[in-house]
Design a protein around this ligand. Structure first.
Ligand SMILES: [Zn+2]
Length: 165
């Protein structure tokens, strides 16, 4: 069956031929969960020296602690061995360097239609948003005090994580 995904499926066959991740139980072996942006410049495991199997990764535009991120963290903490949580937005993030109007204009130009109905969760103040997001995790009634929560901004130009909260 020819498809638009042939190149990726071919790569998957090669991946599977050397597959070494079978038999994992799905827990976070290193006890780490990371909430970060969907940005393709970010390698969430590599940036902290982890490998597949070590961490739970939750990504969205901006790396925000949304209701669904909290859902993932509660599951991670109670069922999947997580005891440290890193919230990691990044420098030069489009979600934090554009206004809602600017993003709507760009998407509307690409889509050729009105997009005023589409939500885009822009970030006006990245550091303040990160503090709020860390607080959301720390203050969640189902996240115990024993879980360590840190907020960091990842620098996409140097690869460095800079602690903020
Ligand atoms: Zn981003």
């Amino acid at each position: 069956m020819p498809s638009d995904f042939d190149d990726l499926i071919a790569a998957n066959r090669d991946f599977a031929a050397h597959f070494e991740l079978a038999g994992f139980d799905g827990v976070a072996r290193a006890g780490v969960a990371i909430v970060t942006c969907m940005d393709s410049r970010i390698d969430p495991l590599g940036m902290v020296g982890l490998k597949p199997g070590d961490a739970k990764i939750f990504r969205n535009p901006g790396g925000r602690v949304t209701d669904q991120a909290l859902e993932a963290l509660v599951l991670g903490v109670h069922l999947l061995n997580v005891d440290r949580v890193l919230v990691i937005p990044h420098t030069r993030c489009a979600m934090a360097s554009s206004t809602l109007e600017q993003v709507r204009e760009k998407v509307a130009a690409s889509a050729g239609q009105d997009v005023s109905w589409q939500t885009f969760s822009m970030v006006a103040d990245q550091r303040a948003a990160l503090a709020d997001d860390v607080h959301k995790v720390v203050s969640h009634p189902l996240i115990p005090d024993s879980v360590k929560v840190g907020g960091f901004i990842y620098d996409v130009d140097t690869g460095l994580l800079n602690p903020v909260v």
